[in-house]
Design a protein around this ligand. Structure first.
Ligand code: SF4
Ligand code: SF4
Length: 236
């Protein structure tokens, strides 16, 4: 349980409102999801969470959200076990009824999380690699605007300072990413807080500058990028 935090979520939301890209990235990924819903708004792929205090704020100010019900007891138990203390699993009314002003922090941040080094520095953003298969942004990091990057960093500077448990949780997650990527010989893409893009070598933490346009693509976006007129490709 995160106790004693006092965060003004209305204020925080107003400072973390920039869209990831200059266009609606949901239109790029949704055609690749069987039900036509953006992957991050489909609870079969990702169940949003909110900090307990954030959930209180949302419940008082919008009817957009309700506690997540789960489709089976086993799934509910598994996700509750994976959810950090002080967070609630939620579900919204659906992407057609989204209220942008009341998106949870997890919606605003997706697919990114604050990357924390072995020596405990929050140096930038990396992404939840489990969603490489579906999230179009992960395969197209060049579209992420500087404004979004700046707002993300500022929001998490505040959150991590106010919630040491949250910092610890992302430190642990960053460490897992180093382990997973290290095992498969991959470097970790990093949108650095200095505005540039790097790859991190998992074994020693060394960073080297990369051209964001040359980062790898995954799943259907990997195939699409190899076709002529790739920008115009959408599934039938
Ligand atoms: S963040 Fe990723 S999964 Fe979510 S709408 Fe954009 S491309 Fe789709
Ligand atoms: S609130 Fe909006 S962005 Fe968040 S999961 Fe629902 S539809 Fe998606």
């Amino acid at each position: 349980m995160i106790e004693g935090i006092s965060i003004d979520f209305a204020q925080l939301y107003s400072r973390f409102e920039a869209p990831i890209a200059a266009f609606d990235c949901g239109e790029r990924c949704a055609p690749h999801n069987a039900n036509g819903v953006p992957f991050c708004c489909d609870t079969r792929h990702a169940v949003p969470t909110a900090y307990d205090a954030e959930w209180v704020f949302l419940a008082e100010n919008t009817d957009l959200w309700h506690p997540w019900q789960g489709r089976s007891e086993a799934e509910t138990r598994r996700l509750q076990k994976e959810t950090p203390d002080g967070m609630a699993l939620l579900e919204c009314k659906g992407h057609c009824l989204c209220q942008r002003g009341f998106r949870a922090i997890t919606c605003r941040a997706f697919p990114f999380f604050p990357y924390i080094t072995r020596d405990d520095r929050f140096i930038g953003m990396s992404y939840y690699w489990q969603y490489e298969y579906g999230c179009w942004v992960i395969s197209n990091l060049q579209v992420v605007t500087q404004k979004y990057r700046e707002q993300f960093i500022a929001a998490f500077d505040e959150l991590l300072e106010r919630m040491p448990e949250e910092r610890e949780s992302y430190r642990h997650y960053s460490s897992s990413m180093r382990r997973v990527f290290g095992r498969s010989g991959r470097a970790i893409p990093l949108l650095h807080r200095n505005g540039k893009t790097y790859k991190v070598t998992p074994s020693n933490g060394r960073i080297r500058r990369v051209d964001v346009d040359r980062l790898p693509k995954f799943g259907p976006y990997h195939l699409a990028a190899r076709l002529p007129f790739a920008d115009e490709v959408t599934p039938a």
